[in-house]
Design a protein around this ligand. Structure first.
Ligand SMILES: NC(=O)c1ccc[n+]([C@@H]2O[C@H](COP(=O)([O-])OP(=O)(O)OC[C@H]3O[C@@H](n4cnc5c(N)ncnc54)[C@H](OP(=O)(O)O)[C@@H]3O)[C@@H](O)[C@H]2O)c1
Length: 256
């Protein structure tokens, strides 16, 4: 695989780092010249990674092309480029539909969307892919969970679900603050909660049963977990999630 990246920012750095760490098979990685510092750091990782002098050169020397610029400049950047029918284009660009990317690429190249998350660098990133695509799966499955869907609405929904990151950390901060109020030093609270949640995440990834079944296993009748979950449910804590995700979905689809 000769793979090129247009845009060498956070997400390209994470993907390329993950590719090297987790042994994704490739012949060559071509990086666009911006951001020069990140591109140079990535090029130092492996002799097969090269920083090209232009975005067009990335295209000319690649078969798989990942689009990794921010949405605001996508039109300007892509309109200057000449794609080829051989290109297999994987767009990371948030909020640009398959049809919009196809219009910008202006060729009958294969177009796929993917949302790799920064955790792909550590082999722990879930990546939504649309539509099903062997090349995108080969690239992202070794870097965590690759989840393919053919329906773009489902892909948008998976993208919307990635808006819950800050809220996840807010939940941890809330629990840490409570522990601190009980006299536990913040560092101990942080360390405890981080490890505790790794354990829970490990349980989630070790099996395939529905989360509702896991709630059941964790909720001994009359036990502490059962009480805590019930109290939050009764106060409508979880009900806010679907509503807030609906609002995010409107933005993901450009209607918010
Ligand atoms: N970050 C995430 O968690 C995440 C997750 C999934 C998808 N995405 C999507 O992935 C895309 C990239 O996100 P990101 O977080 O990696 O953004 P980013 O860190 O801002 O990276 C974008 C890069 O594009 C470069 N650039 C600017 N103008 C360019 C040009 N004319 N030609 C080539 N490169 C140019 C910038 O270089 P300079 O620094 O030199 O300006 C910057 O390094 C976005 O569309 C985003 O929606 C991001």
């Amino acid at each position: 695989m000769r793979i090129g990246f247009i845009g060498t920012g956070t997400i390209t750095a994470a993907v390329v780092t993950g590719m090297i760490r987790f042994g994704v098979s490739f012949e060559r990685v071509a990086l666009s010249p911006r951001n020069a510092k990140t591109a140079a750091r990535l090029a130092a990782l492996d002799a097969r990674i090269e920083v090209c002098e232009s975005n067009q050169r990335v295209l000319d020397t690649s078969d798989v092309v990942c689009l990794a610029v921010v949405p605001q400049i996508a039109q300007d950047v892509l309109s200057e480029l000449t794609f080829d029918a051989r290109h297999h284009v994987i767009s990371f660009i948030a909020g640009k539909s398959l049809d919009q990317i196809r219009a910008l690429v202006r060729r009958s190249a294969r177009i796929v969307r993917a949302v790799p998350l920064p955790a792909v660098a550590a082999g722990k990133g879930s990546t939504a892919i649309c539509p099903h695509d062997d090349i995108a799966r080969t690239l992202f499955a070794p870097l965590g969970e690759a989840v393919e869907v053919d329906d773009e609405h489902q892909f948008d929904a998976l993208s919307a679900a990635t808006a819950t990151m800050a809220a996840f950390f807010a939940l941890l901060e809330e629990q840490a603050s409570w522990l601190v109020a009980q006299g536990v030093p913040y560092a101990s609270a942080r360390s405890f909660l981080s490890g505790y949640h790794v354990g829970l995440a490990h349980e989630a990834t070790s099996g395939t049963e529905p989360f509702s079944a896991m709630i059941g296993h964790a909720s001994t009748p009359g036990g502490l977990n059962e009480q805590f979950n019930r109290e939050l449910s009764e106060r409508g804590t979880y009900a806010h999630y679907a509503e807030a995700l609906d609002n995010i979905m409107r933005r993901v689809k450009g209607r918010g």
